[in-house]
Design a protein around this ligand. Structure first.
Ligand SMILES: Cc1cc2nc3c(=O)[nH]c(=O)nc-3n(C[C@H](O)[C@H](O)[C@H](O)COP(=O)(O)O)c2cc1C
Length: 357
């Protein structure tokens, strides 16, 4: 999955058991076996929630759960990277196998279940953190007696090293976690999380990551709660429990969250709806099924200020990073737009009206 070293071996990794392929990829990145990207064109830069993003493309959560390779990912060309999900205590996650590739559909089903080395391990690695934007995605332990307190602890402990926080309440693989998206629960969660944030010595942006499976009728209540608590942004979306777009796949029956191309339509539609519900006032990170420059551009036109990907990298390798940046620049040139903010959301209406994917 890594350029240079693994360019030719890219397809070879796809023959290995997914978690083994992932570990090999992380080790290659740890050893510096990749080609560093050139500096970004300034037309791709943006300032959002007080941070200077050199380009809009970030590494999504779940790839670097334990903060092993944030510097390598930034050097590879990502404009920012998000470590985690980290939980307060270490936990093993679900029994293996728990990651499945839907190769024909260009999707992945995972039910990892927040396998994590815990706060202390990630914090120790981030003591020597790279320059560039590193977000910390926080979650709750499976056996936690007070899940909300797990998020509060995440903020408190990582406040010195996180450029921003993502409150992940949308993983389908921790029982009960997604219930925190219900407006009353979300209200209680954000009251405590934002109070903790407001008391930190350094103000850190807090973003909330949502599922693509929130019912259309429930979305306005969720968005209203985010706005009332003045969160800094939202990430749309996590993986889906729907299998509507992969009916023919052998792995459609595996429990877990589906990511990649089969998620693109559903995730982009939710992104556009949130963009409309917030009148474009809340910075949004669009994620789900970006596997080409065109798909990245579509997310921005649906309303994303920033974008992230994970599954696309598994199938396309790191050349995708450069392709996305080149496609965005080409679109700015042909459309006459000066920067990404000029095109953000210009196709939101089209996506909002799209039938459910
Ligand atoms: C193997 C795997 C593990 C993931 N782990 C996490 C995680 O720990 N926390 C999280 O917020 N999202 C996690 N995600 C979700 C991704 O961050 C992303 O929201 C989702 O995969 C959609 O993007 P994609 O289609 O580009 O992969 C994971 C995804 C995959 C495929």
């Amino acid at each position: 999955m890594i350029g240079g070293l693994l360019g030719a071996a890219q397809s070879g990794l796809l023959f290995l058991e997914p978690e083994r392929a992932h570990e090999i990829t992380l080790r290659a990145l740890e050893r510096g076996l990749y080609a560093a990207a050139a500096p970004d064109d300034t037309r791709l830069s943006q300032q959002l929630f007080g941070l200077d993003f050199p380009n809009p493309l970030g590494m999504a959560a779940g790839f670097d759960k334990d903060a092993r390779v944030p510097g390598a990912l930034l050097r590879l060309g990502f404009g920012f990277t998000e470590i985690g999900t980290v939980t307060p205590l270490p936990q093993p996650g679900n029994p293996r196998p728990r990651v499945f590739r839907l190769i024909r559909e260009r999707g992945v089903v995972n039910r990892l279940g927040f396998n994590s080395g815990g706060h202390q391990a990630a914090l120790a690695r981030l003591a020597d953190r790279p320059a560039g934007i590193v977000g910390v995605n926080i979650g709750a332990n499976k056996e936690s007696a007070d899940p909300i307190e797990d998020y509060v602890l995440g903020l408190r402990r990582f406040a010195g090293v996180a450029d921003y926080f993502t409150v992940n309440i949308s993983s389908p693989n921790t029982p009960g976690l997604r219930d925190l998206q219900a407006p009353e629960r979300l209200d209680a969660l954000l009251a405590r999380v934002m109070a903790e944030r407001d008391g930190l010595p350094i103000r850190r942006p807090v973003l909330v990551k949502l599922a693509p499976d929130i019912h259309d009728d429930d979305l306005p209540g969720v968005v209203d709660t985010l706005m009332r608590h003045r969160v800094d942004g939202a990430i749309l979306t996590n993986t889906t429990i729907s299998r509507d777009t992969v009916q023919g796949s052998a792995y459609r029956g595996e429990a877990g969250g589906l990511s990649g191309r089969p998620l693109f339509g559903r995730a982009t539609r939710v992104l556009a709806r949130v963009y409309r519900l917030t009148d474009g006032r809340l910075p949004l990170i669009g994620v789900g099924g970006i596997d080409s420059g065109e798909a990245a551009l579509a997310k921005i036109r649906a309303g994303a200020s920033l974008i992230q990907l994970y599954t696309g990298l598994i199938y396309e390798g790191p050349r995708l990073i450069g392709e996305i940046k080149r496609t965005l620049l080409r679109h700015l040139e042909t459309s006459g737009a000066a920067n990404l903010a000029d095109i953000r959301g210009d196709h939101a209406a089209m996506w909002v009206d799209m039938p459910d994917a």
